[in-house]
Design a protein around this ligand. Structure first.
Ligand SMILES: Nc1ncnc2c1ncn2[C@@H]1O[C@H](COP(=O)(O)OP(=O)(O)O)[C@@H](O)[C@H]1O
Ligand SMILES: [Mg+2]
Length: 275
């Protein structure tokens, strides 16, 4: 650590009764499911931790929790003496998912109005401790959970994940507008499954076209954090419970995540100094 730069300790934005020890709560969102939001969230969390930050990850996708699979967690969280839920610590991260308790199927009772309460409980009943970053892996779209969250805690900002073929600009615009309405800043846009890197010849194949995410970010006036390759190794690593940022940090994909994590840290640092 000695030759490394101190991780940023930005001015607390997430302070408050809900998350007293969390310096920055950052939501990871997408307009649609299946774009790799959870994959990005877990790999960014690991990359931030590898750079020296204290990081938590809340899987707030109550309908389709993915942290149990992505981090290979099959144990239930324990309760602290004061009656709070202790997050599961693994690979330097503090992790919480409804899936740790219920398995990967969400209980039906939580559909509808109780959903927002469930997320609030997650935030208030979990003993997160001192964190530089708490990443929140939100369900896709602009439903109840993102809204409740942004009204419950003070988010430092959101990171939007999209894919090139569905830089359905309109969807991204709608998502960003929802957060703008509740005065949450969009920190940056990430394009996932951007290109295919042939493992044999190393050629870069742009299957879905090129430049959509970057163009969308420019049009929306938000920062473009970068592109991530479509790579079987990313899926396999996730399915095996050792995401690529952990399993192969020096692979092209591992480095791409580290670069995006650095841009996220820089954006948060700028935000902290601009307050
Ligand atoms: N860059 C990528 N390359 C290859 N597979 C990916 C990549 N990103 C995500 N995947 C795979 O796509 C599927 C959906 O990803 P997931 O992170 O669960 O999406 P979301 O959270 O947006 O629904 C998963 O099987 C995941 O492993
Ligand atoms: Mg997901």
């Amino acid at each position: 650590m000695s030759n490394q730069e101190e991780p940023p300790r930005p001015r607390t934005l997430a302070a408050g009764e809900m998350l007293p020890g969390v310096r920055n709560a950052i939501a990871v969102t997408s307009a649609k499911g299946g774009v790799g939001k959870s994959t990005v969230a877990v790999n960014l969390a690991l990359s931030l931790a590898a750079a020296g930050a204290r990081v938590g990850l809340l899987d707030a996708d109550i309908y389709g929790p993915s942290l149990p699979l992505l981090m290979g967690i099959r144990q239930e969280p324990t309760i602290t003496p004061s009656g709070k839920i202790r997050p599961i610590a693994k690979e330097g991260l503090e992790l919480m998912s409804i899936g740790f308790v219920t398995g990967e199927e969400a209980p039906v009772i939580w559909r509808g109005p109780l959903l927002g309460q469930a997320v609030q409980q997650f935030l208030s009943q979990v003993e997160w401790g001192e964190l530089d970053y708490l990443l929140l892996d939100l369900p896709p779209g602009t439903g109840d959970i993102p809204l409740t969250l942004s009204q419950t805690i003070e988010l430092s900002g959101v990171v939007v994940v999209t894919t090139p073929q569905e830089v359905a600009l309109q969807d991204v615009v709608r998502g960003i507008a929802m957060f703008q309405k509740v005065e949450v800043e969009t920190l940056g846009l990430i394009e996932n499954m951007s290109y295919y890197l042939c493992p044999h010849c190393q050629a870069r194949h742009e299957i879905f076209g090129h430049g959509g995410g970057r163009d969308a970010a420019r049009q929306l006036g938000i920062e473009f954090f970068g592109e991530l390759p479509l790579e079987p190794a990313i899926r396999i690593a996730g399915d095996q419970g050792r995401p690529i940022a952990l399993a192969a940090p020096d692979s092209p994909a591992g480095r791409a995540f580290a670069e995006i994590a650095a841009k996220l840290e820089a954006a948060v640092r700028r935000l902290a100094t601009s307050l």
